[in-house]
Design a protein around this ligand. Structure first.
Ligand SMILES: [Zn+2]
Length: 256
């Protein structure tokens, strides 16, 4: 789809703002991964829209019976897990990695668990909901890559502290590991510009991050396929697929 003049103008405007900013960060969500074939949870075509939302007390149920959780996981990986396994970064992910390379983007905060930002080459990444490729001890937060972990009991226990191990992905009802959450708030406080891409930023605590930037007098640049909950708070709205808009944004920034 060719972008219309209005959208191209918004991209040029965003490039100006970003170039004039001192500390640019980015918040991404499911929308940026849709173009890599990963189904979103919410909204049209979402897994939860079709199958119903998972129970809000997933973590409590895990704590009550971690063995049952692990048995379920081993029996069949979820449809979502399989779509992650077969997906690759798209031009939107690569554009954000490029912006970091250019020293324009300082930090990237993502709500996605699909590892695609890291796969695209981004280094300064905070994964607010964890990473589906890793396992984590719920007590000391030590992480293991799934491929490197030897499952010798169900549930598995941490070799360092004896805590129960689960996937790194944050469940409903599970507190976000405080270290990563603190870092997300720190980065937002530092930002005088935040790019909000592929997310309507409706789910807290991620939803609070752009508001911190705004409150501190910073600017928000939205890249979403359509108008969203956050649109009215943003200084520039780019309504286009991030896989098309972000590479153009990089091009425009290079010209400046
Ligand atoms: Zn541990």
């Amino acid at each position: 789809m060719a972008l219309d003049d209005h959208t191209l103008k918004a991209i040029r405007e965003a490039a100006d703002i970003i170039t004039g900013s001192k500390y640019v960060t980015c918040l991404t969500g499911a929308g940026i991964s849709v173009e890599s074939g990963i189904r979103p949870f919410r909204g049209p075509g979402g897994l939860w829209t079709e199958k119903g939302e998972p129970s809000m007390d997933g973590y409590q149920r895990f704590l009550k019976d971690p063995e049952a959780y692990w048995r379920r996981r081993l029996e069949q990986d979820s449809e979502f897990g399989i779509s992650i396994l077969n997906s690759e970064p798209n031009p939107g992910h690569y554009a954000l990695a490029e912006l970091e390379n250019m020293n324009v983007l300082k930090y990237l905060i993502t709500q996605n668990i699909d590892n695609l930002h890291l796969a695209a080459g981004s280094k300064n990444v905070l994964e607010i909901h964890g990473n589906g490729q890793y396992l984590r001890c719920i007590d000391c937060s030590t992480k293991w890559h799934k491929d490197e972990f030897k499952l010798d009991s169900i549930p598995p226990y941490c070799s360092k502290c004896g805590g129960i191990i689960k996937t790194d992905t944050v469940m409903f009802g599970e507190p976000i590991p405080s270290k990563v959450l603190t870092r997300c708030f720190e980065e937002s406080e530092k930002s005088d510009c935040m790019i909000v891409a592929g997310t309507s930023a409706t789910v807290t605590p991620a939803a609070n991050l752009p508001m911190i930037v705004k409150r501190n007098g910073g600017v928000l640049v939205e890249v979403n396929i359509r108008e969203s909950h956050i649109s009215y708070s943003c200084n520039v709205n780019i309504f286009a697929p991030s896989g098309e808009a972000l590479p153009l944004l990089v091009e425009e920034i290079r010209k400046l």
